[in-house]
Structure formats: C-alpha cells, structure tokens
Write a protein that binds this ligand. Sequence first.
Ligand SMILES: CC(C)(COP(=O)(O)OP(=O)(O)OC[C@H]1O[C@@H](n2cnc3c(N)ncnc32)[C@H](O)[C@@H]1OP(=O)(O)O)[C@@H](O)C(=O)NCCC(=O)NCCS
Length: 169
Amino acid sequence: MQSRTAFQSKTVVTDLVLPSETNPLNNLFGGELLARMDRAASIAARRHSRRIVVTASVNHVAFNRSVPLGSVVTIEAKVSRAFTSSMEVYMDVWIEDRESGESIKANEAIYTFVAVDETGRPVKIPELVPETDLEKQRFDAALRRKQLSLVLAGKMKPADATELKALFE
Ligand SMILES: CC(C)(COP(=O)(O)OP(=O)(O)OC[C@H]1O[C@@H](n2cnc3c(N)ncnc32)[C@H](O)[C@@H]1OP(=O)(O)O)[C@@H](O)C(=O)NCCC(=O)NCCS
C-alpha cells in the first residue's frame, strides 16, 4: 500500500457564522463548530484512506477564542498520523478579520477516524509521511495521544501505555 503525505489529505472548509448558529452572547455555538470540524476532518481522513471513515474519538478541542456572529471561519484539517486502521486528524481554525483580511488563529482540535469496510469493520490504511517540521512534530506526538485516548476510553490498560509512561520517567 503506497504511503501518502499529510498534504495529500489537506482539507480547507470556509463558511460564515449565521444567527441560528450562535449562543446568547452572539458567538458561534460550540457544538456547531464541533460538527463543522467533524465534517472537515472526515474529508481529510477519507482523502488519506480512500475508504469509508467513522469518527472514533474527539481527542482534544480548545475553544481558545470566541467566534462572533458574521465571522468567516476557516477550518484546515490534515491527517497527522495513520496507524493500522485509525488516523489522527489535526485541525486549525482561523477567523478572518473583516477590515484587514488577516487570519487569526481561533481554535485547535484533534479527532480520530477509523477506516471501515461496507460492514463497518476496520480496514488497513496507507502510512502517512510527514514533511514539514510541524507535521513531524504532530506525527511524533500522535502515538502518545492515541494511547491516552484508548486509556480514557477503557480500551487500553494504563500499564500498557508505554508512550505515556515514558513522559513521567
Ligand atoms: C470506531 C470503531 C470502528 C472501532 O471499532 P473497534 O471494534 O473498537 O475496533 P478496534 O478495536 O479494532 O479499533 C480499530 C482502531 O480504532 C482505534 N480506536 C478505537 N477506539 C479509539 C479511541 N477511543 N481513541 C483512539 N483510537 C481508537 C483502535 O486503536 C484501532 O486503531 P488501529 O487499527 O489503527 O491500531 C467502532 O467503535 C465504531 O464503529 N464506532 C462508532 C463510530 C461512529 O458511528 N461514529 C459516529 C458517532 S455518531
């Protein structure tokens, strides 16, 4: 199976924040952003694996900055590492300043997707080759995050989480 680069999975989704998508402070509702990120990440995971993909886990979301009504929001999603059937997708969220046109980083998120066959059974996917320094950084940390996610989901014993243990030794 031929390996693919992170760039080959790159998915950029740009959309507006409308009144029906905001909270009482007129900022984007968190669940709406989660859904938009899920869509962008699933496209990136599909581009990497070229298979049906399902969301296995939302590993990390940081709502560092509120996103006001009327904002232009851009989500950039890329697969950061591929394992056997699962992929970590890293997302950066930007909002565009109306007057300057400058992009301001608003949020970050990491989701895990699993490639499956028509019956929903996990299938093998190509390896991912990171190219830039940032892609390499994210690739290196992805195994640690996978182990943490599996431990939190009760799917891995903490004693088997070698990458996590190494952090504290
Ligand atoms: C995701 C799903 C396919 C995993 O199935 P499973 O029976 O646990 O299969 P496995 O144990 O073989 O795991 C498959 C892969 O997912 C990974 N995985 C499973 N749960 C995970 C979690 N919580 N965090 C990170 N990775 C996870 C496993 O580590 C494995 O990765 P690998 O093959 O790359 O090593 C299955 O749980 C599922 O279909 N869930 C529902 C998905 C869905 O409907 N999502 C939308 C929600 S509305």
